[in-house]
Design a protein around this ligand. Structure first.
Ligand code: 6GU
Length: 212
């Protein structure tokens, strides 16, 4: 799966892609990450990417020409890719979306807005607008990382046991979260691992976990 991110801050992604499971996924050939620096599609000698809003108002907006040129460049690398736009105005992103994107197998192109927003006309080049929660962030980079992490860990061969992705929280977007877990030592600063987990009766352990 190709994952291309269009951003003014490509350096933000190097840490995320260079560590742990996301790194392993690339190392195993399951995903290929790349960033497209939106600045290189800026207009004129100053590589301008933003401008003031029609009708007035605070802040600057991303201009449509650089954004659409960057999307078109990304599409050349991967014509069937889905184009995602992280925005607080999007539909709330859930575990079912991560599953759908992972199972769909299509590449992703994620356009990260900055400033106060973007010219609405870019949405004609976007397949899905997604929001990751009810709070406001300064740009689309952190949402893009969140989406990438949630999708890549579901791709076959990324997590150790396929299992690990199955018995976990938010399985069907419900509020169910995983049961509490413990490792050694059996007692830590006066707090003990529950007896039921120590005695190894599978039935009782399963019941305890379900109750939790
Ligand atoms: Cl997708 N973008 C921004 N800027 N803020 C957000 C968000 C997205 N989702 C939650 N807050």
């Amino acid at each position: 799966m190709k994952i291309q991110v269009i951003t003014l801050f490509p350096e933000m992604f190097t840490g995320v892609w260079g560590a742990s499971m996301l790194w392993k996924a690339q190392d195993r050939g399951i995903v290929q990450y790349s960033t497209i620096d939106l600045r290189t599609f800026g207009l004129g000698s100053r590589r301008t990417v933003d401008d003031t809003p029609y009708g007035g108002g605070d802040g600057m907006l991303l201009k449509p020409e650089p954004v659409v040129a960057a999307i078109e460049a990304a599409k050349k690398n991967d014509p069937d890719a889905l184009v995602l736009l992280p925005t607080p105005r999007g539909k709330l992103y859930k575990q079912s979306d991560a599953k759908r994107l992972a199972a769909g197998g299509k590449g992703l192109i994620i356009v990260c807005p900055r400033y106060e927003g973007y010219d609405e006309r870019i949405t004609a080049w976007v397949d899905e607008q997604v929001c990751i929660g009810n709070y406001v962030l300064t740009g689309g980079e952190l949402p893009a990382m969140t989406i990438i992490d949630s999708v890549v860990r579901l791709l076959p061969g990324v997590l150790g046991g396929e299992h690990s992705a199955e018995i976990e929280s938010f399985q069907d977007d419900d509020e169910t979260v995983e049961y509490p877990q413990y490792t050694r030592p059996v007692e830590f600063r006066g707090m003990k691992v529950p007896e039921v987990l120590q005695n190894g009766h599978h039935g009782e352990i399963a019941k305890w976990r379900k109750d939790q």
